[in-house]
Design a protein around this ligand. Sequence first.
Ligand code: ADP
Ligand code: MG
Length: 350
Amino acid sequence: MLKFDHVSKVYKGGKKAVNDLNLEFNKGEFIVFIGPSGCGKTTTMKMINRLIEPSEGTIYINNEDIMKKDPVKLRREIGYVIQQIGLFPHMTIQENISLVLKLLKWPEEKRKARAKELLSLVDMTPDYLDRYPHELSGGQQQRIGVLRALAADQPLILMDEPFGALDPITRDSLQDEFKKLQKKLGKTIVFVTHDMDEALKLADKIVILRGGQLVQCGTPDEILREPANEFVEEFIGKERLVQAKPNITTVEQIMNPRPITIMSGQSLTEAITLMKQHRVDSLLVVDENHVLEGYIDVETIDQNRKKARLVGDVILPDTFAVEKNALVRDTIRQILKKGMKYVPVTDENN
Ligand code: ADP
Ligand code: MG
C-alpha cells in the first residue's frame, strides 16, 4: 500500500531532514512514526502528501510513484491532519468537517449528510453541526479534527500529532475511540507522535526515527522485546513502562504473548514438559482475566532453592511466589530488558 524506496530530503541550506528511508506497509495498517523533535516526522508526512518533493528516492502508493499521480486523484487517496490542527473559529462544525469535501466539489446536500454521518461515528448528535468550535470542549474539537481527515473517506490518512494538545484523560479516550474507528473503517493510517505510550497503544507498526534516519521499524511487541539500541530503550522509557503505567496488569498490555495453559489436574512433570516444549524459563501467573498475579523466574527460584524441588533442569518452588505490583513489574522489565522469552501459564482451576 505504502512504500518508501531510498527516500531522502535535503532542505535548501543543506539540512538533511530525512536520510535514505526504506519501508513498506500493508493496507489497513496503523503505522506510527515516532522520534524526538526535528527527526523528520513532519517532513516525511509532507512528502507522502506531496506537499514537498523528495530530493532522492520514490514513494509509492499502491505501486504508483506519487510524483506521477494526478493531483486530484492523490487528494482522493490521502486525507491529512496537520500538526497542531485547530478548527477554523469562524466556521461552523459542519463547515469545518466538510472543508475538504468542498474542495473536492461535493454538492452542499451531500456534504451536510456526510457531516451528520461522521458525527454519529463519534457519538455526537447532529445539533453540533451548526455550533462554532468555541462552543465545544477540547476533546470534542479534537474529534471534529479527526472527522475532518475521515470526511472524504480516503483509504490513506495522515495524522501529524493530532492529539498533542489534549489533557491525558481526554487523550486516552480519544485514542481508544480512534483505534476502534480505524479498525471498523479499515483505513491505513500514518500517525505521527513523540509519545511512546501513544505509539505503543495505537500502532500495528512503529517506525522510530532519529536525525532523519530510520532506527527501528517493528510491531510494538518487537520493539518492547528487542529494542534496536540504547536510544530505543531510552525512548521506550524503562521507567515509564513501570511508573507512568501503574495499571500495567494485563499480560496483553505488556507484550501480547500467546498463553499456554496448564490445567490444575496436570502433574508437575506434565507442566514442565509443556514448559520445555515452549522453551519457557519463567512462569507468569495470571488470573482468568489475564491479570498478572505473580511470576516465577529461574533466579527467584534459585534464591528459594531450599524450598524448591529440582525436576529436570527446571527448578520450581513448592508454592508459587505470588508477588504483586512493583516487584512484579520490575521483574518483567528486567526480563524484557534481557530479551528473555516470557510465556504466561494459566492454571484455569486455581
Ligand atoms: P519533526 O516533525 O520530526 O519535528 P521536521 O520534519 O519538521 O521534524 O524537521 C526535520 C528537520 O528539518 C529539522 O532539523 C528542521 O529544522 C528541518 N526543517 C524542517 N522544515 C524545513 C524547511 N522548510 N527548511 C529547512 N529546514 C527545515
Ligand atoms: Mg513535526
